[in-house]
Design a protein around this ligand. Structure first.
Ligand code: FAD
Length: 437
């Protein structure tokens, strides 16, 4: 039995392959071909959907998690696809390097993170896949291909960067890293109305700006991270534990349990959590500021919207929750991401704002997410590939200008559809079959 991090998606693959080399990946693919079965690669299972599931053959690259090459001068670092961001960050720091941006956590594998266009926040910074200069794929026939930004025919590279696991096994990725840097992070509450009015200014004035807002409260819990020249000043272990584990996780978990037990209390509980959230500050190595520990289990849906529509869409989501008295004990998160050119990147070709909605484990999320999705649809939203949504290939195709180019690459690299699963059947459609708009 394989389960995702949230524990609410599972599958029973007939075979689990754990290759330790490219040759072993190729051998596993030969076995899949002989058996006439599809094969899916799972990363560290941090997607909220069945994107990594398979009841046929599953492969994990947990034995392929090494740094293969570091060129400090160019910042180019070649890693195996199964390395986690946490392990990579530690190795980069030892070489005086860092990733230019990261999301909320660092538990994902590099291959898994880029495959779904995992992102952090920063109006001028694109998602993690845009940091990939080259992607190496083992194709269904066992051959290895390297697709790079410098290729004359760039479409395979642009498809492989955000491939949703559907093109081949990502055996290695070459990442463009930056010199190690220190971040000064400030968490502070601010009036929601003012934060939304000045969203663009906050984005322009800071390297990384985001905020959380609890439904039924009128306060934005802002998080601002900026690069500073100062050396890192790590917090004492006791203070870090009190802030990151006790308050952010254990105390919050207790509030969620109370809300789940007594949903009518949620509006009041949300206002209390917002009041006690307070302000905090830290100055530390970049990855230690970006990544937080998440011990409270939840599920999530996240949409990328045209930047200028983000504030309006968020106001509608908050109003919807209040009008329908929806029991939502989790905050909504708003982040800003720069455009990129990966064919299936949700921010392909447009300045974007991401809105993420969450639901505590064990609480009904479908009616809430469906209602929010309707708003996202009306704002031309594109869903995060690793998070919940109800779209299909037919509803997604018109939202992606490069959809057909991606499908053409998919048809070339995986003509037999070896790397599909139920999720890709739904959201990408069968290989080589035109999809009606
Ligand atoms: C607590 C939490 C916080 C999160 N925070 C953020 C965030 O801040 N920003 C954000 O954008 N997302 C975030 N996510 C979502 C997460 O980053 C993505 O879902 C990511 O894809 C998970 O990576 P993974 O290694 O767990 O891959 P999985 O979820 O296991 O797989 C994801 C996809 O990658 C494919 N894949 C994995 N490895 C390979 C390989 N070697 N070759 C080919 N395909 C492969 C899989 O087939 C699948 O399609 C968060 C998730 C959680 C649970």
């Amino acid at each position: 039995m394989w389960r995702n991090w949230a524990g609410d998606e599972s599958c029973r693959p007939r075979v689990i392959e754990r290759p330790g080399s490219v040759a072993e990946v190729a051998a596993a693919l030969e076995r899949a071909e002989t058996a006439g079965e599809r094969l899916r690669v799972a990363g560290s299972g941090h997607s909220f959907t069945d994107v990594a599931c398979s009841d046929e053959r599953l492969m994990t690259l947990e034995r392929m998690g090494r740094v293969l090459d570091v060129d400090r001068a160019s910042g180019l670092v070649r890693v195996e696809g199964g390395i986690t961001l946490r392990a990579l960050n530690a190795e980069l720091a030892a070489h005086g390097l860092a990733l230019e941006n990261l999301g909320d956590i660092d538990a994902q594998t590099v291959a898994g993170a880029i495959s779904t266009a995992t992102h952090g926040t920063g109006a001028r910074l694109p998602n993690l896949s845009a940091q990939a200069e080259a992607v190496e794929l083992v194709l269904a026939d066992g051959s290895t291909r390297r697709f790079a930004a410098t290729d004359a025919d760039r479409d395979p590279y642009l498809a492989a960067r955000v491939g949703v696991g559907s093109l081949g096994v990502i055996s290695a990725v070459t990442l463009r890293c930056v010199p190690a840097f220190t971040l000064h992070g400030v968490d502070a509450p601010a009036p929601l109305a003012e934060t939304l009015e000045r969203l663009d200014q906050h984005g322009a004035a800071n390297d990384h700006f985001e905020f959380y807002v609890f439904p039924y409260a009128r306060t934005a819990l802002t998080r601002t991270n900026n690069r500073v020249e100062a050396p890192p000043r790590p917090r004492s272990p006791r203070r870090a534990w009190a802030e990151d584990v006790l308050l952010t996780n254990h105390a919050f978990h207790a509030f969620c349990l109370a809300g789940r037990a007594a949903p009518p209390l949620i509006p009041a509980l949300n206002r209390i959590v917002t009041r006690v959230a307070g302000s905090s500050e830290k100055t530390d190595r970049s990855d230690r500021v970006f990544a937080t520990r998440r011990l409270v289990r939840f599920t999530e849906m996240e949409y990328a919207l045209p930047r200028e529509q983000t504030a309006a869409a968020l106001r509608r989501v908050l109003a919807l929750i209040e009008q329908r008295r929806l029991a939502v004990p989790f905050p909504i998160e708003v982040r800003l991401v720069a455009p990129d050119d990966a064919l299936l990147s949700p921010v392909h070709g447009r300045e974007s704002g991401y809105i993420a909605v969450h639901m505590f484990r064990g609480m009904e999320w479908r009616p809430y997410f469906r209602a929010v999705e309707q708003i996202m649809d009306e704002h031309d939203g594109r869903p995060h590939w690793g998070k919940r949504h109800f779209q299909t290939a037919a509803t997604l195709r018109p939202r992606y200008p490069a959809w057909d180019r991606f499908q053409a690459v998919r048809g070339r690299l995986d003509p037999a559809g070896r790397f599909g699963n139920m999720y890709t059947d739904r959201v990408l459609g069968p290989v080589g079959t035109p999809i009606a708009a």
